[in-house]
Design a binder for this molecule. Structure first.
Ligand SMILES: [Zn+2]
Length: 331
């Protein structure tokens, strides 16, 4: 598909979804002027012979990292490549494609967006441009969120934080849905799609590469204190129990290095330390600012969680959100 034709079709399914301010530059005669510079190359980390991911070094988006701060991944099957999450921009998506082509000559046949935060889907644009027949999957709730404001919100968020480093990116909707429970056979590879309830968002998808014994957890688990405002503490605790039950050897995360099952244990402990204590102290009549130092004094929080990026600045917000959720679940 020619670029201009693509732009028309992209507008076809995203018109009304984001403001024309984002789309308009793409119609300009000298359209390259309106694309931010390309993303620098990041070498993929190999998990198994068929499973890779792009480890982002930085915990936050910035102008110098072009808003690259999460870990897109991919699985090479005998029937083509399946990409899990696409990064924060068309530029990042293009970089992923460049790097994938260095490892395999197979085309990308499917893309899966684990949830609606912009670092996980804004790169879709590059994939539909390079592979017009690619199928892009997400949960229906994720698609609804992108349509009803999250697309615009996350486009603006990444633009602001990268100093307009994602200019030219068009919010590109997933075209197919997974509800969780699906099994895909792609030649030599079996992928299982899991949805274990509200965790990091209301409908996170977890992708299991069965033969390789790897699960992509999206942002349901991380060793980082970032954003739980769209999620649930008890939901994350439940999701970690189920992720552990998958029994896979390795877990790839949306942020930070991949790991064995200890990541599930740590994320569960982190949420339990905050949520269970918030419930207890709420019952005792404490306010959130009174609970915060007590929760921070818990051995797990002192020894492990306090080393996580974002801890100092964000832990208070986590406690406040836990109190709101605890209160809502009590009555
Ligand atoms: Zn997220």
């Amino acid at each position: 598909m020619k670029r201009r034709e693509f732009m028309k079709s992209a507008v076809g399914f995203s018109a009304g979804l984001i403001g024309m301010s984002a789309l308009k530059p793409l119609y300009a005669d000298n359209e390259m002027e309106f694309r931010a510079e390309p993303m620098y190359d990041v070498t993929p980390t190999k998990v198994t012979d068929k499973v890779y991911y792009f480890l982002a070094k930085d915990p936050e988006p910035s102008p110098s990292n072009h808003a690259f701060f999460n870990n897109p991944g991919f699985v090479i099957t005998s029937e083509g490549v399946v990409v899990v999450d696409t990064g924060s921009s068309v530029q990042i998506g293009e970089m992923l494609i460049r790097q994938i082509k260095k490892i395999t000559d197979k085309p990308v046949v499917k893309v899966i967006n684990t949830h609606y935060h912009g670092d996980h889907f804004l790169g879709n644009h590059a994939f539909i441009e390079a592979y017009p027949d690619v199928e892009i999957y997400a949960h229906q709730a994720t698609i609804d969120k992108i349509k009803s404001g999250a697309g615009q919100f996350w486009f603006d968020f990444m633009q602001r934080n990268s100093n307009n480093g994602i200019t030219g990116t068009v919010v590109t909707l997933p075209t197919k849905t997974f509800a969780g429970g699906e099994t895909l056979k792609l030649g030599d590879t079996t992928l299982k799609i899991h949805q274990f309830g509200k965790a990091h968002t209301e409908a996170d998808l977890i992708v299991e590469a069965v033969e390789d014994s790897v699960a992509f957890l999206g942002d349901t688990a991380m060793r980082r204190v970032a954003n739980i405002s769209d999620g649930s503490f008890p939901g994350t605790i439940e999701t970690m129990k189920k992720a552990r039950e998958l029994g896979v050897k390795q877990y790839v995360l949306g942020h930070g290095p991949h790991d064995d099952v200890s990541i599930c244990n740590d994320m569960q402990s982190f949420c339990e330390n905050i949520y269970d204590n918030a419930m207890k102290y709420y019952d005792e009549g404490l306010s959130d600012f009174e609970m915060k130092p007590k929760i921070m004094a818990e051995p797990f929080m002192k020894n492990v969680a306090s080393k996580w990026p974002g801890y100092e600045g964000t832990i208070g917000t986590f406690v406040s959100i836990a109190v709101v959720e605890a209160e809502a679940n009590m009555f």
